[in-house]
Design a protein around this ligand. Structure first.
Ligand code: GLY
Length: 388
């Protein structure tokens, strides 16, 4: 991948323009993935719809970035529209739905209402806990867990912190320890799905849905794990989780190298497509969080994340707001095996790209770790310094 310097503000401007166009043309709809660049809304042929939080999270980011009432109103409207999912027991993706949406709302403007929604969402997620196997189950079956769930346990930690319910914390920690034991291999690659006997709790086997094989490493799964273990460290201070997050970061960086954007699965000997860009967005966002946790190793993670974002913000990946493509980041894939959203934009790829850029734009210390000269958004810098 050629080196591309990252212009944080220009990339955020593009994301903001694309999202503006999306909510103007298709108000209130929940985008999932694109087909030839045009969003498919409100349905998911593979999983229970899990992407409502990502667009809503972008709206909160643009509300914070611009201070504009129009973005705030949209962010509130979209958040309210998904509120009832706090009771949805049919999916393990409750964290994806609520952390970027109501979680961001609560950070910006905490009220009893935002607190209640986050606590209920966390309790619903924790209701998936199997005490025999000490894991949270997926929508697939009572005996199944995914590496992806590492990104969903933050909602349980948030609910525990708001409510003071230590049982919630225990559930999230036990799930993370089970994932670390059975879904992270000795070579710091990741298993996509683990199957357990739900009665005895015994681990049975590894499997995959979107990866190449049960024993291969699906890049997006590893990126979910990288970010999820870093988040778990942020909520527990337990060095085991930092160490796992760093091991996964190292695997991403070693296996992707100067290519920066991985294929769908590093072990697929004949990948149909060279890139799965949403894995790169997630990894960049996770590496930026990890950079602030990893002491002297932080600059390496921050600098690699900035290189990923520079590539994603280049002409090969970033959509042109003057063109016909409705997403933000191109060349992502949802489910290659089922032919869903292949070489397209996906809502989570767009969200984590935006989130990573915003984390850089709003955190001067992180830009300094990444070796980025100068500052952007002087007002935000002042705000962040006041808050920290
Ligand atoms: N369902 C999560 C993913 O496709 O990554």
């Amino acid at each position: 991948m050629p080196y591309r310097p990252l212009d944080i503000d220009s990339a955020l401007d593009v994301a903001q323009a694309q999202v503006d166009r999306l909510i103007t043309a298709h108000p209130g709809r929940v985008p999932v993935y694109t087909t030839r660049g045009h969003w498919v809304f409100d349905e998911d042929p593979w999983a229970p719809v899990w992407t409502a939080g990502f667009l809503t999270g972008q709206l909160w980011i643009f509300a914070e970035r611009t201070g504009d009432a129009r973005w705030h109103d949209a962010a509130r409207r979209y958040s309210l529209a998904l509120e009832q999912r706090k009771l949805d027991t049919g999916t393990h993706d409750i964290g994806f739905i609520f952390t970027p949406s109501w979680g961001r709302w609560h950070e910006l403007d905490p009220t009893a209402r935002t607190a209640e929604v986050l606590v209920q969402a966390g309790r619903t997620m924790a209701g998936r806990f199997n005490p025999n196997g000490r894991y949270l189950s997926t929508w697939v079956a009572a005996g199944s867990t995914f590496i992806d769930i590492m990104m969903n346990i933050e909602i349980i930690f948030r609910a525990a912190e708001i409510s003071g319910d230590a049982d919630l914390t225990r559930v999230a920690i036990q799930h993370a320890l089970t994932t670390r034991r059975f879904l992270v291999r000795g070579d710091a690659s990741t298993v996509h799905e683990g199957w357990f006997d739900p009665e005895s709790g015994e681990f049975l086997r590894a499997a995959t849905h979107q990866g190449y094989r049960a024993d291969s490493c699906w890049a997006r799964g590893l990126a979910w794990g990288l970010y999820g273990f870093s988040t778990t460290f942020a909520h527990t201070d337990d060095p085991r989780f930092l160490s796992t997050a760093e091991s996964l970061a190292r695997t991403y960086m070693e296996r992707t190298g100067d290519g920066l954007i991985p294929p769908n699965d590093w072990d697929d000997p004949h990948p149909v497509l060279a890139h799965e860009a949403s894995a790169a967005s997630i990894a960049a966002a996770g590496l930026l969080q990890l950079a602030a946790q990893a002491g002297t190793r932080g600059p390496e993670y921050a600098q690699y994340a900035v290189r990923i974002l520079g590539a994603l913000a280049g002409p090969e990946f970033l959509a042109d707001p003057a063109g016909d493509w409705e997403g933000v980041i191109r060349h992502a894939t949802y489910h290659a095996g089922h032919g869903i959203g292949v070489d397209e934009s996906v809502m989570w790829g767009d969200y984590y790209f935006t989130e990573a850029l915003w984390r850089l734009a709003s955190t001067p210390q992180l830009r300094s770790l990444a070796g980025l000269a100068g500052t952007t958004h002087p007002d935000t810098d002042t705000l962040q310094e006041t808050l920290s």
